[in-house]
Design a binder for this molecule. Structure first.
Ligand code: DQA
Length: 146
């Protein structure tokens, strides 16, 4: 697998969850678009959404064994809480982009703290579903260059 797309808790509710914050596209819509774009670029992609920390951590561990070249991750609320998921990213040492649909810097103070930003290749926040496309572009470039 070239790219692993990971989405954290409550992102399965996209489409109906706080649409003013997260938009009206469902996660299936977003994944279908990103998967098609990755395939067009000649890259394989796997998607996994999980509401539990353990499920996300297990996927990151698996990525280190199956040749994954890049991870695009929206850790959702775990962004602000999860030392365990941060440690998993550090343990696997796969380059990754942190994505947020909303601009977390425009919101509550606790959302400004991320356990991932300082170890990510880059962070995309506030561009809605399009943020995943930007992240895919960055992943394609990274994979070509490494
Ligand atoms: C989010 C922002 C987080 O603060 C929040 O907990 C989410 C979604 C985003 O995509 O904007 O669940 O990661």
């Amino acid at each position: 697998m070239d790219i692993l797309l990971l989405n954290g808790p409550n992102l399965n509710m996209l489409g109906t969850r706080e649409p003013e914050q997260y938009g009206v596209q469902t996660l299936d819509d977003i994944v279908a678009r990103i998967s098609a774009l990755a395939t067009d670029a000649g890259l394989s992609i796997e998607h996994h959404q999980d509401n539990s920390e353990a499920g996300l951590i297990d996927k990151v561990h698996a990525a280190s064994k199956n040749g994954t070249k890049y991870i695009i991750i929206n850790p959702a609320a775990f962004t602000h809480t999860s030392v365990a998921l941060r440690d998993a990213m550090l343990a696997t040492d796969i380059a990754f982009t942190e994505v947020h649909l909303s601009n977390v810097y425009k919101r509550e103070a606790f959302r400004k703290q991320s356990y991932f930003s300082d170890i990510a290749e880059g962070v995309i926040s506030g561009f809605g579903a399009q943020g995943y496309e930007f992240a895919l572009d960055a992943a394609i470039t990274y994979i070509k260059e490494h």
